[in-house]
Design a protein around this ligand. Sequence first.
Ligand code: NAP
Ligand code: GCO
Length: 266
Amino acid sequence: MNVMEQFSLAGKVALVTGGSYGIGFAMAKAMGQAGAKIAFNCRNQEHLEQALRDYEQEGIEAKGYICDVTDEAAVIEMIQQIEQTLGTVDILVNNAGIIKRVPMVEMPTSDFRQVIDVDLVAPFIVSKAVLPGMMEKGHGKIINICSMMSELGRETVSAYAAAKGGLKMLTKNIASEYGQYNIQCNGIGPGYIATPQTAPLRQPQPDGSTHPFDQFIRAKTPANRWGDPDDLAGATVFLASDASNFVNGHMLYVDGGILAYIGKQP
Ligand code: NAP
Ligand code: GCO
């Protein structure tokens, strides 16, 4: 097969959880451009309708589902609907995620559990729902969206770091357990990407100056900028395609160099 053909996703069915906006939308758009049939889900009806318009504007035919990834029965029903309308899921991107920035000693345990539920338990639930179809078909790709916090800690994100560290290990375990079925499971670790999730960290100050966190992140990033969701397009298509058929259990950090760098001296 010609190397460029290896990157084609023509005829593949890709499900992106939380694909209504942000990183999930950009990754689904990229896979749609590479030829995949796109399914996505989110919780909010207005987000779903806006996303359908946004996909249409990009020339991508996408099917959207209201489904909370923490609800196992709803996930199983959504997978069945996707199988009936588009076919068996060939590519799953576990992208839906939340963060709560609260000092650990002030964080209610219920909030810690909620973050673990969405960011770690849900990728287990959705992967579990698509794996039998992939095993039957004899191939499959699972991409888990991890984080800098799969490697690093920082103040206020204990639950998120615990979940994303766990997701890195779930990735390696799915690779270990299902590699024998020609299923590859890899992680993408985005750096700091400008999306609604990180908007509070980029909010200009009342005096018009930039947010101190914005300056902090630029100083930590050799690229000296926040990432754009579209910066994740190439890594996503690579890990979703035949070009990565012998890449399994790998973490691909797309971070503008953060993990390589000690940071700019003040
Ligand atoms: P975002 O802007 O907050 O978008 C989150 C998406 O997930 C939305 O489509 C949202 O739609 C959906 N969602 C949230 N909870 C859900 C649930 N329980 N069930 C189904 N859908 C749900 O986040 P983002 O910045 O694009 O981040 C996407 C992923 O990348 C997350 O896992 C995040 O942790 C990770 N990440 C982000 C960054 C970054 O810098 N932005 C860096 C590294 C990793 P609804 O609100 O309609 O449900
Ligand atoms: C934070 C951020 C991060 C990023 C991302 C980094 O508060 O530090 O929200 O967690 O979103 O996951 O890779």
